[in-house]
Design a protein around this ligand. Sequence first.
Ligand SMILES: NC(=O)c1ccc[n+]([C@@H]2O[C@H](COP(=O)([O-])OP(=O)(O)OC[C@H]3O[C@@H](n4cnc5c(N)ncnc54)[C@H](OP(=O)(O)O)[C@@H]3O)[C@@H](O)[C@H]2O)c1
Length: 300
Amino acid sequence: MRMLVTGKNGQLGRSINKIISPEAKTDNNLSSNNFVFVGREELDLNSESNISHYFDSNDKFDVIINCAAYTAVDKAEQEQDLVNQINHLSVKQLAEIAKEQKSQLIHISTDYVFDGESDKPYTETDETNPINIYGKTKLAGEQALQRVMPTDAIIIRTSWVYSEFGNNFVKTMLRLAKERDELNIVSDQIGSPTYATDLAEVILKIINNTNYRNKKQSTEIYHYSNEGEISWYGFAKEIFELADIQCRVNSITTGEYPTPAQRPKNTVMQNDKIARIFGLKITNWKSSLELLFEKGCCEY
Ligand SMILES: NC(=O)c1ccc[n+]([C@@H]2O[C@H](COP(=O)([O-])OP(=O)(O)OC[C@H]3O[C@@H](n4cnc5c(N)ncnc54)[C@H](OP(=O)(O)O)[C@@H]3O)[C@@H](O)[C@H]2O)c1
């Protein structure tokens, strides 16, 4: 098995790299020799010709795992063409290449394809209605992929990703708490924080799954986030509790914290489908957050 992982410097790319490293001692059958990790230096998703050239000049891959994306939700409102290229057009091109090379494609998408107005957890078949450029381009990427590859691909929608790597809410809270005694955090946006290592492990389990390896499976969307739900305000309080940091957290509304991009109110997703099909036991977000702090790898 030869696997390509895009977004090697991002949270998910680095989390996959960490768990397949020889030191990780996890129970998957895959080793780092099976993987090629690329960042924008090797494979620039902003360039159609660079993408073609990369695949023309490398041996074929059995699986392409697309972890790269334009993820700066607010900045995306100002850079629509670039965001569309990375989150939509490059995904279409990767799907065309995967189809031609008879590779399988695992693509990561987002809870922000939903408008957040539902009062129950979103299922994979619920209507999408993104309310910002990031969500719109991610949805366009999903749809293009499904059109090009009706079989042999998997789309995993995830949410509120954090890790010991890169930029994320957990690290931002730890940094801000060093600078201020109190923080105002929105309490009317609800979601499920997801530890990137948990998602990385799920991706490896899927690759190891014999059903998945059988070609010509229809392309499916799956929701995967850690179990449970919380507001950003509640999440911040839990982070400070676990990190034993004294920082007062004040609850504010979305209206009191205007941002360039609108955010959906409630994007909790139902994870039943992925759990059932791949036999997963999904960890609660609090347990995963505790683990991150226990490992002591979230110092800031
Ligand atoms: N983060 C979240 O809260 C969240 C929530 C829901 C869904 N997701 C989805 O989950 C997936 C993984 O997210 P993540 O948190 O790991 O994102 P991330 O940390 O922002 O990493 C994204 C990676 O994409 C790379 N990238 C951006 N533009 C590129 C280009 N032109 N060519 C090649 N690579 C490029 C970035 O490279 P550089 O490092 O060089 O900038 C970065 O390493 C994405 O599909 C994202 O949409 C994330």
